[in-house]
Design a protein around this ligand. Structure first.
Ligand SMILES: Cc1ncc(CO)c(N)n1
Length: 220
């Protein structure tokens, strides 16, 4: 296998789950304007809880990037992601009041808890840096791809939802995802067959968790 393009090779191989994660009915409904606002509110509340759990995960990626990458720029890329999470939490709070979602009463649903447990397992020092970076990229890339789709030509995204779409669909976030992908690819280039197999597995599992996460919005 051409190791340099490991991630793209895996995305081709697992195209159906990748598409399910990046073109979910909920995302498509935002883009075509048919979105049910109770679904949006459910997603907002659940994602706020997710993001709070994602912060310690990114912090652990940051520590690993500082210690083991051998490339000082890795830490700067992850630090940029951390900084945008700070803005993101503030944005969630504003959206919460705009949509009348009281986060203090939102209970994490099963898919959210399972995703959190998965993130916790990835924070173990046993997990290889290349595997963590692949997971980190996939988590961010699903949101980037999904929300960018809502802003592409021909969209009928309701104006009150464009803020959410710009948050993850903007060019800066796209650039950031591409930097994370380059880090992951660089690590995978030198990874053992075992690490490659683990990274592929983790990539697919992230995509499955993302699909299950979008599915929660169906409950409204
Ligand atoms: C479920 C989920 N995946 C990815 C992101 C991107 O940060 C997010 N906010 N929520």
């Amino acid at each position: 296998m051409e190791k340099r393009e490991a991630i793209d090779t895996w995305l081709d191989k697992h195209r159906s789950v990748y598409t399910a994660a990046t073109r979910h009915a909920f995302v498509v409904s935002i883009r075509d304007g048919s979105v049910d606002l109770s679904s949006f509110r459910t997603w907002l509340g659940q994602d706020y809880l997710f993001v709070r759990e994602f912060v310690p995960f990114v912090a652990s990626v940051l520590i690993r990037a500082g210690k083991e990458s051998g490339e000082s720029s890795d830490m700067e890329v992850v630090l940029g992601g951390m900084a945008s999470l700070n803005d993101e939490i503030e944005w969630f709070k504003r959206e919460g009041s705009k949509w009348d979602v009281d986060f203090s009463t939102v209970v994490p649903q099963k898919a959210n808890e399972e995703y959190r447990r998965f993130l916790e397992a990835l924070m173990s020092s046993e997990v290889k840096y290349s595997v963590i970076m692949t997971a980190f990229w996939a988590i961010e890339a699903v949101y980037q791809e999904s929300f960018a789709h809502c802003l592409e030509d021909g969209n009928k995204t309701p104006v009150e939802l464009t803020g959410a779409c710009h948050r993850w669909g903007n060019d800066g976030f796209k650039q950031y995802c591409s930097s994370v992908k380059n880090i992951a690819e660089r690590c995978l280039e030198n990874a053992s067959d075992e690490a490659l197999a683990e990274a592929e597995d983790v990539l697919v599992r992230v995509l499955e968790h993302e699909v299950a996460f979008w599915e929660m919005s169906r409950g409204g």
